[in-house]
Design a protein around this ligand. Structure first.
Ligand code: HEM
Length: 186
C-alpha cells in the first residue's frame, strides 16, 4: 500500500496542480509518498490518496520483458521532477470485457508502445485503487524524470490524452512536483 499525502509537509514541492477532467482536489504545497502507515505526517495532511501496486492486466509477456529491459528505477538522484496523475475511468470502460479493454488500450491506443519510447528517461509506478474503500480514483500513476526530460514528459502525456483509451477517462488531475528532500525520500 502506498499513500500520497498532500499538505504542508513533504519531500516533494508541488509546482502545479491541474484538474484535466472532472472535479479538482484541494491545492496544497507539498507531497509525501509513504509506504505503509502515514503516522507522524498525518497532522499536516490535507488529503491522502491510497493505492496498491498490483499484477499487470494488459501487458503481454513480450511487452512485459521489454518494459523490464528498458525501465529505470524510482528514486534515481538525478530524477528530481515527478508527476502524480490520479485517473478514474468511466462506467462504460469497466463494463467492457477484458479483451475489449486490451484492444482499446494497446491495439488501438498504443499505450505501451508509446510509453516505451520514453524509457528509461521516465521511471514509473502504477497503483490501483478502484477496489479500495473510500478512494476517489481507479489509478494513481507516478512518474520520475530529470529536469531535462520535462518537455519529453509533456509530449508523452499529450500523446496519451489524444488516444481512444482517454475517451474513457472521466476524472484526471495532473500534479507536477520537484524534489527538495526536506524529509527522507522513501
Ligand atoms: C512512461 C511511459 C509509460 C509506460 C511505459 C506506461 C506503461 C503502462 C503499462 C505497461 C500499463 C499496463 C499495466 C498492466 O498490464 O496492467 C499502463 C497502465 C496505465 N497507465 Fe501507463 N505508461 C506510461 C505512461 C503513462 C502516463 C504518462 C499516464 C498518465 C497520463 C499513464 C497512465 C496509465 C493508466 C491510468 C494505466 C492503467 C490503465 C488501466 O488499467 O485501465 N501511463 N501503463
Amino acid at each position: 500500500l502506498v499513500s500520497f499525502v498532500g499538505g504542508s509537509l513533504g519531500s516533494w514541492r508541488i509546482e502545479n496542480m491541474e484538474p484535466v477532467r472532472g472535479e479538482p482536489i484541494p491545492v496544497v504545497d507539498f507531497l509525501e509518498v509513504l509506504e505503509g502507515s502515514i503516522g507522524s505526517i498525518a497532522p499536516s495532511a490535507r488529503w491522502v490518496l491510497r493505492g496498491t501496486t498490483s499484477n499487470e492486466r494488459y501487458a503481454t509477456r513480450r511487452e512485459h520483458d521489454e518494459l523490464v529491459a528498458r525501465q529505470g528505477t524510482l528514486g534515481r538522484p538525478h530524477a528530481t521532477r515527478a508527476a502524480l496523475i490520479p485517473v478514474r475511468k468511466s462506467a462504460a470502460w469497466w463494463e467492457l470485457s477484458q479483451d475489449e479493454r486490451r484492444a482499446i488500450f494497446e491495439d488501438r491506443s498504443r499505450h505501451i508502445a508509446i510509453g516505451l519510447e520514453y524509457l528509461p528517461a521516465v521511471a514509473r509506478r502504477l497503483h490501483h485503487c478502484r477496489e479500495l474503500p473510500g478512494e476517489q480514483f481507479d489509478f494513481l500513476t507516478w512518474f520520475e524524470y530529470a529536469p531535462e526530460h520535462v518537455d519529453a514528459f509533456e509530449a508523452l502525456v499529450r500523446r496519451l490524452r489524444s488516444t481512444e483509451e482517454w475517451t474513457y477517462v472521466e476524472r484526471e488531475i495532473d500534479i507536477r512536483l520537484a524534489f527538495h528532500g526536506g524529509l527522507t525520500r522513501r
